[in-house]
Ligand binder design. Structure first.
Ligand SMILES: Nc1nc2c(ncn2[C@@H]2O[C@H](COP(=O)(O)OP(=O)(O)OP(=O)(O)O)[C@@H](O)[C@H]2O)c(=O)[nH]1
Ligand SMILES: [Mg+2]
Length: 629
């Protein structure tokens, strides 16, 4: 295998800047996907990605590129496709021609999925930093650029969407020069829509990104970085690997360096982007290994796969990201679903290692899991996937951040679930996480932004001018305030022109209390929240009002109350549903109706005595959403 013919790269950008669409054109030019199978954002394969039009998971794909491919006619292109499909046996022949193997990893742009980006980056030598010609540099552009730089990658600055009538190519070039410090001529221009400039970009990738290097010579010196996992019912755990050294084939004795788990692979192969088995995977390549292991949780991403008999030192691995929000998930109906939920979370964690979960028991809710997420969208996506892929209906508690409690007796504790947040009298001090935030916003909107920042308790740091008329604001604020509808408010005051990125910072003292919601005189733990003391009255009223609007009426009157610091702060009554129990009686004797009414009344009294209000699954989801926005 000639390393000089391999290039590994990722496409990184702010959300919606055109990464997946650019990848489409690359797949076409290289005939990786047949024309008739092509569809928009081809690499967004998950149903949820397609529905929402966003990338959630990174996706590797291997392409074979002949720099003159566009000059060959259609017939030859078809030949090339056949050639590609026969590839497993013909690797050596490829390199007699001027072919390159391009391993591309498309990444998500939404900040909640940035752990995907950070893992993809470690598997490649270079990144295309894509900047939308209509939007310019945005907050997440800065974050992903920093990640690529920290990993010493070659960066190819590229402007996307140049076909758009709204494109401001020259201005955006100014911004990129300022940001990266590159020469203006180094910036490439592409349109994922028309394909303009994409072939040139592929040629520049070959020129600018270096081929992979090997550290240990010899086929038996085996070392591969695990950057992702997938679970298949049929094949068990499949690992996504970047081969650093050696030649991986099936039937070798392999082991995970850190977890020490051993296995004999039943298949190795490449992504095209579907899995294509091959005889071997060699140094510099990106592909997959079928481990046959069925039990999740044994090995984790960032682990190294090496030879069991002649192990090489482990690679540095990945930092586990710190969750931003926490919510508890409980099976709605039967506790039988608990073990189902446990398996489902284990499976999801394989392909999404940023998800964290731990068993939790709540008196009222039974057995469930306290889960950590990288943001509200992440939480929403996981709940949705549990529902769709595992058929689980869940009670989702109101999302919350974590708080450090110092008790009056000196003990300390970390609280992840609002319903376990202690009563005021027991607390000496509460500490909460803060975030460091970057906002890029047109200067015209600064006047509206400032009061909003004040209301969200932000401490404003450095502000710089950026490009023509935009500012970059650096600030710090409580994570609690960032989660309080900050993103939507920012979008609305800036007419969608502001962008934001953030990272977790330190813990600082907070003045917060627990707000409980009572339904029919009983606390519903899933609705408890921790709120700022000075906003508790307002929050109690809002929550009660919201639940009053969402909760279906019952056969009896239901009281909904907000309670904090030992006092009821807000109360509303949900009127009873009048069920027509006599409807089927046709005329006739009124006494029969009276009898039925009396029976109904008795039933209602019984229901009320039990105080059992049926809160359907979607009410929890709706409350979760409404309290987050
Ligand atoms: N005019 C024009 N629109 C484009 C171009 N590339 C992408 N778009 C549009 O921009 C939107 C986002 O495109 P995607 O390719 O999904 O962007 P992305 O960067 O992959 O988005 P995320 O993965 O969610 O971060 C879609 O509506 C595309 O149709 C382009 O070159 N020109
Ligand atoms: Mg995408």
């Amino acid at each position: 295998m000639r390393l000089e013919n391999i290039r590994n790269f990722s496409i990184i950008a702010h959300i919606d800047h055109g990464k997946s669409t650019l990848a489409d054109r690359m797949l076409e030019i290289t005939s990786t996907v047949e024309k008739r199978k092509m569809r928009e954002q081809f690499l967004d394969m998950m149903e949820l990605e397609r529905e929402r039009g966003i990338t959630i998971k990174m996706q590797p794909v291997r392409m074979i590129y002949h720099p003159q491919m566009q000059n060959v006619n259609i017939k030859d292109q078809n030949d090339n496709l056949k050639f590609k499909n026969n590839l497993p046996q013909r690797d050596t022949e490829i390199f007699n021609f001027d072919f390159y193997i391009l391993n591309l990893i498309d990444t998500p742009g939404h900040i909640d999925f940035s752990y995907e980006v950070s893992r993809a980056i470690k598997a490649v030598e270079g990144s295309i930093l894509l900047v939308d010609a209509t939007q310019g540099v945005q907050a997440q552009t800065l974050t992903v650029l920093q990640m690529a730089r920290d990993n010493g990658l070659v960066i190819i600055p590229t402007i996307s969407k140049i076909d758009s009538p709204l494109a401001r190519i020259e201005e955006v070039k100014d911004e990129i020069v300022k940001l990266i410090g590159c020469r203006r001529e180094e910036i490439l221009e592409v349109s994922g829509k028309t394909g303009q400039g994409v072939e040139n970009l592929l040629n520049e990738i070959i020129k600018r990104i270096p081929p992979p290097k090997i550290e240990f010579e010899g086929d038996e010196s085996l070392r591969a970085l695990v950057f992702d996992f997938k679970y298949s019912n049929h094949q068990g755990i499949i690992v996504y690997v970047r081969i650093l050294d050696g030649k991986f084939t099936k039937n070798l004795d392999l082991e995970f360096s850190v977890s020490k788990e051993t296995f004999i692979p039943s298949e190795v192969g490449v992504f095209s982007p579907e899995q294509i088995p091959r005889e071997s995977l060699e140094s510099g390549e990106i592909g997959y290994i079928v481990t046959g292991i069925k039990k999740p949780g044994l090995a984790s991403v960032g682990d190294t796969i090496t030879s069991k008999l002649k192990p090489l030192p482990a690679l540095p691995g990945y930092m586990t990201p710190r969750p931003v929000v926490w919510a508890s998930l409980y099976p709605e109906e039967s506790q039988d679903d608990f073990s189902q939920l446990k398996i489902a979370l284990g499976r999801l964690k394989l392909s999404d290692p940023s998800l964290s979960f731990e068993e939790e028991t709540s008196g009222a809710l039974g057995r469930g899991f306290r889960c950590g997420f990288l943001g509200m969208l992440h939480l929403e996506i996981i709940v949705e996937r549990l529902h769709r892929e595992f058929n689980l209906n869940l009670v989702v508690t109101t999302p919350s951040i974590n708080y450090k409690i110092v008790y009056t007796n000196g003990k300390e504790d970390m609280i992840y679930s609002p319903h376990t947040f202690p009563d005021d009298g027991l607390i000496a001090k509460v500490l909460e996480p803060w975030v460091k935030v970057k906002i890029i916003i047109p200067m015209d909107y600064l006047g509206l932004l400032m009061p909003m920042l004040f209301l969200h308790e932000a401490v404003i740091g450095e502000t710089e001018n950026f490009g023509g008329n935009r500012s970059v604001l650096n600030l710090e604020m409580p994570l609690r305030e960032l989660m309080r509808n900050f993103f939507d408010e920012l979008k609305s005051i800036s007419s969608g022109y502001a962008s934001i990125s953030y990272k977790m910072s330190d813990f600082r003292e907070a003045d917060v209390v627990r707000l409980d919601i009572l339904v029919a005189d009983e606390v519903v733990p899933a609705f408890s929240r921790v709120v700022s003391r000075r906003r508790v009255q307002e929050e109690a009223e809002n929550s009660v009002e919201k639940l009053h609007n969402i909760l279906p009426r019952q056969l009896f009157v239901v009281k909904i109350q907000g309670k904090a610091l030992g006092r009821i702060l807000s109360s509303q009554s949900l009127s009873a549903l009048k069920k027509d129990v006599t409807g089927y009686l046709y005329g006739g004797d009124r006494t029969r109706k009276m009898k039925l009414w009396a029976k109904q009344k008795k039933g209602k009294k019984k229901l009320k005595e039990r105080g059992k209000v049926n809160i359907p699954h979607d009410v929890f989801l709706k409350m979760m959403k409404s309290s987050a926005d």
